[in-house]
Design a binder for this molecule. Sequence first.
Ligand SMILES: [Zn+2]
Length: 348
Amino acid sequence: MKAVTAVPGVPESLRLREVPKPVPKAGEALLRPLAVGVCGTDKEIIEGRYGKAPEGSDFLILGHEALAEVADVGAGVDNVSPGDVVVPTVRRPLNCDLPVDYCPFGKYLEHGIWGLHGHAAEYSISDARYLVKVPPEVVDVAVLTEPLSVVEKGVELGLNLYQARLSRLPQRALVLGAGPIGLLAAMLLRLRGLAVTVTATRPPDSLKAKLAQQIGAVYVDAAHDEISGKFDLVIEATGSPQVALEGLERLESGGVEVLLGVYPRGGTLNDVGALLTDAVLNNKLVVGSVNAGIRHFQMALQHLKEAKERYGDWPRRLITKEATLENYAEAYHWTHDDIKTVLVMTPK
Ligand SMILES: [Zn+2]
């Protein structure tokens, strides 16, 4: 079968390979991926900056944001059957008894990223316990479930931490960044009724700006305009350390900032002392969040359904580019105006 692969640690190693079709062992499901989303993590792997091949393999099959159909199941699997459409979660624990999304580095494997093959292939394998069934009405957008699950966890943390400290719900939220994570965060916050401002460096007539406005968020072009006021909740989704610190400054007293980016090392930060003192004097809280549990995948599917009811094909419009196995490399190249690129493996 064909698989999209990379060699972790080796730049420009993205290629299509012919590999043996996997066979499910007891407790596993054989999946026929329908679509696989691509994100910055894939880019880091194909640039040789991240990722780990499975033990005994010198390459890694990519693909952690998958939508798939169950093709076959190994012995003892009773939660899914062939024909079910599912989303597999990404992370598997390794001698770790914490919730899997809280396992520290070194105590987990991740499909398509760290030590386990992913789903950018004609067939793939998952432990059946980590498959979440997809309701038929959201199959067309369920490739967004994995990135949305990460946002679900971050937004839930932000809301819960805010409420635990101030005994009320946050009213105003600022989302930094209008990529898939930023726009999905804006969607969740709008579904929960918050007033949302989204800011990014794209112009006001860009698709990103329009998508933010279509769900009732205010869009601010960070290159030319000032954000006004302060916010109870800030969701950081740019991956810029400078922007993340500015987010702290934008918090209302008692506010919470959730960091969802991966931040490059280095950089020069001005006046960190003033920012930190302000954080102390105003009880500000910054929390990092990564990965997500099965519960967040289920919440993501429920919210995709609500978003379709409320905003029509809005979730679908986040997918700005689709490629197939024939032109797979296209899915790994995107511009600032792309939002989510997707490899369509088998049209459903
Ligand atoms: Zn991803």
